[in-house]
Write a protein that binds this ligand. Structure first.
Ligand code: ADE
Ligand code: ZN
Length: 349
């Protein structure tokens, strides 16, 4: 455990949350499209969008549940056509991540949202990957891509997507499962995840965002994922909580997303502290930052202000993010060392 945590004055906690190095393990790159960029790309590509202005689009961001968000999110992605569009979107996010002291990010992308519109998967992957390469060189941010299958579509379509993407296998590190959760349990994708496991891809899945603890169990037991995305509904199942804690399965929690999609009525009610105090490897992430009101530091600041989490929790969350990332052990150790240096600086100051 970090030796400096208790010596940090409470009034310096917000500054520390922003300054501390961190990894982001759950963000959808299409969810980083700000309304301004949606309008700029619509104009550049001659795509008509059903909103008159940036303000009108932003006003539509009043969600009642996951599906009400997904409908607008897929509409927003319709402006992405060319390799440069994917690059520009990813670069804008990576600059914001760097400003929030995100040293490592593992970004989801949804190829089926684009291939359904006739955009080649090569265009998608090349644009995103070029931004990842530039982020390392120009921003000092290590960035990698995780291909997500849309769970409201069939397993057969997931297999087709995998086939289309395999020529670019060296440009993504893993696969995930996203989109409408309830009614589309993880086991629907058992075969395609088994194939991805054989291919040596990392495996993650959204589970327990709106869906029941049973979906978290099957993501672990059937899909054999290494991380659970969201997973906040696990708190309803004590046996599941015990397993997640014992196996230190990372949970990529997204507090502002949960607030905006009405998973919790108020940030004060969020169970992040409960998960951490039960020994789970929870992390903080932004999910779809352009739609949910904040990037990484905003998630940390608002959640800590609402729930009263401490510097000890802050250290644990940042350490969990590096531990749960798909980097090698030497890189993890270097990042945790930088985390400890930041805490030491705040304790001494
Ligand atoms: N796709 C983008 N954001 C998502 C979320 N929060 N849950 C499921 N699918 C998503
Ligand atoms: Zn998500």
């Amino acid at each position: 455990m970090n030796p400096h945590d208790f010596k940090i004055p409470a009034d310096r906690l917000p500054e520390l949350l922003c300054a501390m190095p961190k990894a982001e393990l759950h963000m959808h790159i299409e969810g980083s499209l700000e309304p301004e960029l949606i309008f700029a790309l619509a104009q550049r590509n001659g795509v008509v969008i059903p909103y008159a202005s940036v303000e009108e689009l932003r006003q539509a961001y009043a969600f009642t549940n996951l599906q009400s968000f997904l409908d607008i999110y897929y509409a927003g992605a319709s402006v992405l056509l060319h390799e440069q569009d994917f690059y520009d979107m990813a670069w804008a996010y990576l600059e914001r991540a760097a400003a929030d002291n995100v040293l490592r990010t593992e970004m989801f992308f949804d190829p089926q949202t684009h291939t359904a519109r006739g955009v080649d998967v090569k265009v998608v992957i090349d644009g995103l990957h070029r931004a990842c390469v530039d982020a390392e060189a120009k921003l000092g941010v290590s960035a990698a891509l995780i291909l997500c299958f849309l769970r409201h579509l069939s397993e057969e379509e997931a297999f087709e997507t995998l086939e289309q993407a395999l020529p670019y296998r060296d440009k993504f590190i893993g696969v995930g499962l996203d989109s409408s959760e309830v009614g589309h349990p993880p086991e629907k994708f058992a075969k395609v995840f088994a194939r991805c496991r054989e291919l040596g891809l990392h495996l993650v899945a959204h589970a327990g965002e709106e869906g029941p603890p049973a979906y978290v169990w099957s993501a672990l037991d059937v899909l054999q994922v290494e991380r659970i995305d969201h997973g906040v509904q696990s708190a309803k199942d004590p046996a599941l909580m015990a397993r997640l804690a014992k196996e230190r399965i990372p949970l990529t929690v997204c507090p502002l997303s949960n607030l905006k999609l009405c998973v919790f009525p108020d940030l004060k009610e969020h169970n992040l502290g409960t998960l951490l105090d039960a020994g789970l490897a929870a992390t903080v992430n932004s999910d779809d930052p352009a739609y949910f009101g904040g990037y990484m530091n905003e998630n940390f600041l608002q959640t800590f202000a609402a729930t009263g989490l401490t510097a000890q929790h802050a250290w644990q969350l940042a350490a969990n993010s590096f531990e749960g990332s798909f980097i090698d052990d030497a890189a993890k150790a270097r990042y945790i060392e930088r985390l400890n240096e930041t805490f030491a600086r705040f304790a001494a100051a």
